[in-house]
Design a protein around this ligand. Structure first.
Ligand code: IP8
Length: 245
């Protein structure tokens, strides 16, 4: 059984203050992982108040690359420092966490298709470690380096490691319907197209609609939920919104 869990950047950092870990929130997430008996866990975390600031400063996005090595390193370095902290806290709680830095093990080709040396993550998993990846910069053919988000890593890894379950722990408790209630299950984008602003507009507006569309194509059930039910997700319960195409 393999589970991929993404901890959103805004869950584990203080978004208002640059480069600040939300110690309490990270501590609660670490405790939930440490106290669960989930085996075969891959963790991915986002940037929060770390990488985005440097990505903006150096004008690097998922589609706009840069060849400025110092700028690319500044973005990566901030994410590596956040990752160091996440891995350190997990290890302190006796979780056998090890870092995997996408910049060092992956690349995109000219049409943006991602390849990751998934051997690294898969071998760590097979050996009983908990690989911890993060949103990062990544070299891209003909573009220098571009941003790779945690969500994109989750979608890629779900196929590479043949995940059985995927969880996205974010600051919202799930996908809301038009009345503001959390939708328990989505099997088709049409189920929530009205609430999300219409399927046609999703690529432009991004946000939750783009997330749901990507999750519908995963081939594994994916849950979107808030931090207060992370322990329930890790215990195998249905929490938040389950997206299952
Ligand atoms: O927070 C963004 O990852 P995300 C990564 O998962 C960088 O979107 C470096 C800005």
């Amino acid at each position: 059984m393999t589970t991929i869990l993404k901890l959103g950047g805004s869950v584990i950092t203080d978004k208002e203050t640059p480069e600040t870990v939300d110690d309490d929130a990270l501590g609660r997430a670490v405790d939930a992982v440490a106290e669960s008996d989930v085996s075969g866990l891959v963790l991915v975390h986002g940037a929060g108040s770390f990488g985005h600031h440097y990505a903006d400063k150096h004008g690097v996005t998922p589609s706009n690359g840069s060849r400025d090595a110092a700028g690319i390193w500044a973005i990566h370095d901030s994410m590596r420092r956040l990752n160091d902290e996440v891995v350190r806290r997990l290890q302190e709680a006796d979780v056998p966490a090890l870092p995997v830095h996408p910049l060092s093990v992956g690349a995109r080709d000219a049409d943006s298709t991602l390849s990751l040396a998934a051997d690294s993550t898969a071998t760590m998993l097979a050996e009983g470690f908990v690989p911890v990846l993060h949103g990062d910069v990544i070299a891209q053919i003909d573009a220098g380096a571009t941003i790779i988000s945690g969500d994109e890593l989750v979608a890629h890894l779900a196929r590479e490691v043949d995940a059985d379950r995927v969880g996205l722990c974010s600051t919202v408790p799930g996908v809301y319907d038009e009345s503001g209630a959390v939708v328990p299950r989505i099997t088709d984008l049409d189920d929530v197209a009205d609430a999300l602003g219409g399927a046609e507009t999703t690529d432009v507006t991004g946000g939750m609609a783009a997330k749901v569309r990507a999750l519908l194509e995963l081939g594994a059930p994916a849950s979107i939920f808030g931090p207060d039910v992370l322990d329930g997700f890790l215990a195998g319960h249905s929490v938040g919104t389950v997206v299952d195409g």
